[in-house]
Design a protein around this ligand. Structure first.
Ligand code: MN
Length: 232
């Protein structure tokens, strides 16, 4: 079977210690997973259940990318996040099944058109223009879960042009990766290729053309994004 045009290339995430890459098929993102960030967005954390939005895998880029400031926004924001990648099929996962299914962790950026996201909130419309932005899912090399060890109070931070903007601890997450897998797998047949961004700590804010963004989590490879000086 031939195609009418060349199909999109698979987005393969490098994993430390592996020669093969991790082919991504879906990107799920958790909303408001740190209390202090929920407060700065004018909301409260919903203790009932985590909630989600998605990003197209076509909008994923590797750390080190240099991209134009996106169209359609005057308020493009950084959100520094822990991402994890699944390595096994899970549906309605138990806690041990969820824990076993988490294959790798990595640093990620959930770049956001904050003004377009706010339009969606104000008008009770979807967040696609705010969140599913071309080049807005930025991933660093992943680290296998067994090499990273237990999630604890690892520092999660982000700087813009060397100025620290976000600074939190993974232990501040409301929903742990295992709890997210248990919950999300009630709605999706999750499996290898599925990546989850787990939400951002407080300190989100705007970036401008020419900025250099670096996000770090203790024990993981940093994630970097540069915005070109010239607009798209
Ligand atoms: Mn986010």
């Amino acid at each position: 079977m031939s195609y009418l045009f060349p199909p999109t290339e698979v987005f393969g995430l490098p994993v430390a210690g592996e020669t093969a890459t991790y082919p991504v098929r879906r990107i799920f993102c958790v909303g408001r997973n740190y209390v202090a960030h929920a407060a700065e967005m004018g909301g409260e954390v919903d203790r009932e259940a985590p909630w989600y939005f998605t990003k197209s895998v076509a909008h994923a880029v590797m750390s080190g990318a240099e991209l134009p400031y996106p169209s359609g926004t005057a308020n493009y924001h950084h959100e520094m996040e822990l991402a994890f990648a699944l390595g096994a099929d899970v549906f309605e996962a138990t806690e041990p099944e969820a824990a076993e299914a988490i294959y790798a962790y990595g640093c990620a950026l959930d770049m956001t058109r904050r003004d377009r996201q706010q339009d969606g909130k104000d008008n009770r419309r979807p967040w696609s223009l705010g969140k599913d932005v071309e080049g807005s899912a930025v991933f660093a090399e992943m680290t296998r879960a067994k090499d990273f060890g237990a999630l604890a109070a690892q520092r999660i931070a982000l700087g813009v042009n060397g100025d620290r903007r976000q600074d939190g601890r993974l232990s501040d997450m409301v929903w742990s990766p295992v709890e997210i897998v248990m919950h999300l797998s009630k709605f999706y047949h999750l499996g290898p290729g599925d990546v989850v961004m787990t939400g951002t700590p407080s300190g989100v804010g705007p970036v401008v053309a020419g900025d250099e963004i670096i996000g770090t989590i203790d024990g993981l490879a940093p994630v970097k994004l540069a915005l070109m000086v010239t607009k798209s």
